[in-house]
Ligand binder design. Structure first.
Ligand SMILES: Nc1ncnc2c1ncn2[C@@H]1O[C@H](COP(=O)(O)OP(=O)(O)OP(=O)(O)O)[C@@H](O)[C@H]1O
Ligand SMILES: [Mg+2]
Length: 364
């Protein structure tokens, strides 16, 4: 599937644009602060229904305006049209003229992979960043994972709520019921996470070999303090920790507390990797993921590469270019300059755009 066109109104610093894209390579160049990332975010928002960073969607409305709208047309096995309007806090989304009945289906259908300067946080940031990264990756491959996570969040919220209150007999009974569901969803999510690591690892090994010529090699580890080996054991441990939980007034076990680490020669890249090595590791993880998706589903997500090349040395850049050139993924790249050696590789097979002051023009 690829994005054929988008109509943007009042989104960040882009007041009005009507753009048609190349099915493969789209190159956006312009100076700092002119709207390149904002433009990528319009695509990101359309496919993820949320902003790139953790902030409220209404912040994406052009300053002083009251709404934004994004209308996009997608071409694949079937054609999709998506219309999104945000008016203050009110979001209206139409998918082929119908309101979305199934968010999971929608998000699964429109897959994007963003490469951004903030990606460093996947390794350097708090565990939550890694959980989000892996959870989203797993969902792109396994549709039901989204519901599983939502269920888990729901039970977790209920548990935490109950733990805040003095528990009478009925509430304690309710907690017992929730605990069973909480344990079974915990274990299902744990299993899918471990399965994902196992399945993506051969793709990661392969990319690392090609990307770094064997210089950088690491493994993904799943870190947990809890025993997920069976529902009975997890539930028993959960109930044993009740006293502790009711004193601390929150849930103290489960997959919302687990973490992932990247281990090279027995050491965590987070603590010992150089800035460049961390960047490369994330790049490798992301490419491994999209190759795995392609292997499973026969389709690539849409790739949004925000200012990626400025971060890479010449060898990695060449590798990445070859990858982009060979694969069928539709790609949107931003850069502060025109890189002719890059564009030559794509001969006639790309569209160039100039981004200036929130205006985006085709650039021939
Ligand atoms: N809601 C908004 N309304 C209007 N302008 C906004 C809004 N949000 C952000 N901006 C403006 O958008 C500009 C940043 O745009 P963007 O991040 O897309 O730039 P960029 O071209 O990616 O720059 P760089 O090359 O530095 O990454 C800032 O000047 C910011 O003030
Ligand atoms: Mg930017």
């Amino acid at each position: 599937m690829y994005l054929k066109s988008i109509k943007i109104l009042n989104f960040r610093n882009i007041s009005e644009e009507n753009l048609t894209f190349h099915p493969k390579m789209n190159y956006f160049w312009g100076r700092n602060g002119n709207g390149k990332t904002n433009f990528l975010e319009s695509i990101y928002f359309t496919s993820n229904l949320k902003p790139i960073r953790d902030l409220l969607s209404k912040n994406l409305i052009f300053f002083q305006e009251s709404f934004f709208s994004l209308y996009s047309e997608w071409v694949g096995v079937k054609e999709d049209r998506v219309s999104i309007q945000l008016n203050g806090d009110k979001k209206q989304i139409l998918w082929n003229q119908d309101s979305i009945k199934n968010v999971q289906e929608y998000l699964y259908n429109f897959k994007t992979m963003l490469f951004s300067p903030d990606d460093l946080l996947i390794i350097k940031g708090e565990p939550e960043k890694r959980r989000k990264f892996f959870d989203k990756s797993i969902f792109q491959i396994s549709k039901n994972y989204y519901l599983l996570l939502k269920e888990y969040e729901h039970f977790l919220k209920m548990r935490n709520q109950l733990l805040k209150e003095p528990l009478d007999y009925t509430k304690k009974q309710l907690l017992d019921v929730i605990d069973e569901k909480f344990s079974s969803t915990s274990i299902s999510i744990f299993k899918q996470r471990v399965q994902y690591i196992k399945k993506v690892t051969p793709f990661l090994d392969d990319i690392l070999k090609k990307l770094t010529g064997g210089e950088l090699f690491f493994k993904i580890n799943y870190n947990t303090e809890f025993d997920y080996s069976s529902e009975e054991i997890f539930l028993k441990n959960l109930r044993n920790s009740f006293f502790n939980e009711s004193t601390r007034k929150r849930t103290l076990s489960g997959i919302h507390l687990d973490d992932f680490s990247f281990i090279r020669d027995g050491k965590n890249i987070r603590n010992f990797g150089s800035q460049g090595e961390i960047r490369l590791s994330i790049l490798a993880l992301k490419i491994a993921h999209i190759n795995y998706i392609f292997h499973e589903i026969g389709e690539y997500p849409i790739l949004l590469l925000d200012d990626l090349f400025s971060e890479l040395d010449i060898n990695r850049k060449e590798y990445l270019l070859k990858f982009l050139q060979n694969e069928k993924a539709q790609t949107f790249i931003t850069s502060t300059e025109i890189d002719n050696s890059f564009l030559e590789l794509f001969s006639e097979n790309f569209q160039k755009f100039r981004v200036m002051n929130g205006k985006i023009d085709r650039d021939s």
